[in-house]
Design a protein around this ligand. Structure first.
Ligand code: SF4
Length: 463
């Protein structure tokens, strides 16, 4: 598979528009509250994964953070009060037990992810308790096939904590780095010297963690090409296995914390583009492979290998080496998928708590995928994970004539072909090195809801 990318400034400007990240299809915009009361039970007992006893994925949401990062658009609660967290954990414990009743205990948990918020807001003894509870109701394993990851705020964990995380069974870490420049860190209210991260990385490598991931952000206040170059230099010296480089989306009308960001300090559109180009050039020049939207990995990392052999997938946890599994979601606002059902928990703590206090699962909204959704989801996955769509095999697997079924989409694709984003050769639609940086634009063509005008201003921009 081609791993090259080509940064075409003119195309990037012209195609910069809002679009979904396609961690699911249909996207969360299509979720609704009109699901029947038994929808979850039905899905959990009759999904192909349940019938086959297939492995599970688990996601656990810990919504607390000690202080607000001003760029943040996550669903989180800023507090230093541990009693708030303890009240949450007692409900989470109940949810784990209620949720566990829907799944065969023999199904191995192959993938586990703790996200937030800041999962490491919790002291290690509390984290150990949560893991112990999950272990009682689900089949946690210790084999090398497991993919157990946790998001780390480097300000909340020390090397001893990293050792404890390894003892709890985690084998992958994701660190929020964002930017190393002190002035940028001050502007976003997130102070963390590179040395702190280096110490954690050393501890993680000593304790056998593989696939260490960094998140970086471009487009932050006070970022300049010079400061960002210095950040990238430090990052490359630290050599994480994977990197996600996101563009900052300034939406202060939606995210209160962002109102603390001074608009005049934000880089202009030309500088944003220059920062993105710098990140792509610097990381690929340092040996990282561009594996897909915003993501890079070292060639020997499992994700880069999965990308190379065409087995990479995309889910709510972003790019993954695991094929589509039933995803059991736990915690406030968490989103899961069971069979054809996407389902999200209540987004507010009060509704989440009220449901569990009445011994009910805190289910809020979701959507059941139709046959057409499954087909389009497959096409979008091919674009996001493999840079190409195999018209012939897709048609065969779904029992359609691809060119007839997608006649309107193929007609619209012609403009992207003329602009050099895709090539239509033989049975395949291939993204070009130019088009790979704009894969969301190609995917959007096959999004029936987007094409029907079901949009939202909440989506991030392509660049
Ligand atoms: S960026 Fe992460 S640590 Fe910062 S406020 Fe948001 S969720 Fe919390």
């Amino acid at each position: 598979m081609s791993t090259g990318v080509l940064f075409d400034e003119d195309l990037m400007r012209r195609y910069d528009r809002e679009g979904p990240r396609y961690t699911s299809y249909p996207t969360a915009v299509q979720f609704h509250e009109a699901l029947g009361p038994d929808a979850y039970t039905q899905a959990a007992t009759s999904s192909p994964g349940a019938l086959a006893g297939a492995p599970l994925s688990l996601y656990v949401h810990i919504p607390f953070c000690q202080s607000p990062c001003f760029y943040c658009g996550c669903n989180k609660i800023i507090t230093r009060q541990m009693d708030q967290a303890d009240a949450y954990l007692s409900r989470l414990t109940k949810e784990i037990a209620l949720r566990g009743r829907h799944f065969d205990r023999a199904r191995k948990v192959e993938q586990l992810h703790f996200g937030g918020g800041t999962p490491t807001f919790l002291p290690m003894d509390r984290l150990a308790t949560v893991i112990g509870t999950i272990d009682r109701h689900f089949n946690l394993v210790r084999d090398d096939e497991r993919d157990y990851s946790i998001e780390i705020d480097p300000r909340t964990v020390d090397p001893a904590g990293v050792r404890t995380l390894a003892q709890l069974g985690f084998n992958r870490l994701s660190l929020g780095v964002q930017d190393y420049d002190p002035l940028v860190q001050r502007a976003i209210n997130r102070f963390q010297p590179a040395e702190t991260v280096t110490r954690l990385l050393q501890a993680a490598r000593e304790h056998g963690f593989g696939s260490l991931n960094f998140d970086l952000i471009y487009g932050l206040p006070r970022q300049t090409p010079e400061t960002f170059a210095a950040t990238l230099e430090k990052v490359i010296a630290q050599r994480p296995d994977r990197l996600a480089v996101y563009g900052y989306a300034h939406m202060p009308q939606m995210f209160k914390a962002q109102r603390k960001i001074v608009p005049a300090e934000l880089p202009d559109a030309a500088t944003r583009l220059a920062l993105l180009k710098m990140a792509i050039d610097t990381l690929t020049g340092a040996g990282y492979v561009y594996i897909g939207m915003d993501h890079f990995a070292l060639p020997d990392d499992t994700l880069a290998r999965a990308y190379a052999n065409g087995s990479m997938h995309r889910s709510f946890q972003g790019y993954t080496t695991h094929a589509s599994r039933d995803l059991v979601s736990l915690g406030v606002s968490a989103i899961g998928q069971v069979g054809r059902l996407y389902i999200q928990n209540h987004k507010t703590m009060s509704l989440y708590s009220a449901a569990l206090d009445q011994d009910r699962l805190p289910l809020h909204r979701g959507v059941v995928m139709s046959d057409e959704d499954l087909l389009r989801r497959d096409v979008i996955q091919q674009i996001m994970c493999r840079n190409s769509v195999d018209r012939e095999s897709t048609g065969r697997r779904f029992g359609i004539d691809f060119d007839i079924h997608f006649a309107a989409e193929l007609a619209r694709l012609e403009a992207l072909r003329a602009d050099g984003l895709v090539e239509c050769a033989g049975r395949r639609i291939e993204l070009t090195p130019r088009g790979r940086l704009l894969m969301r634009n190609v995917a959007m063509l096959f999004d029936a809801y987007k094409n029907a005008g079901a949009g939202t201003p909440r989506l991030s921009r392509v660049i």
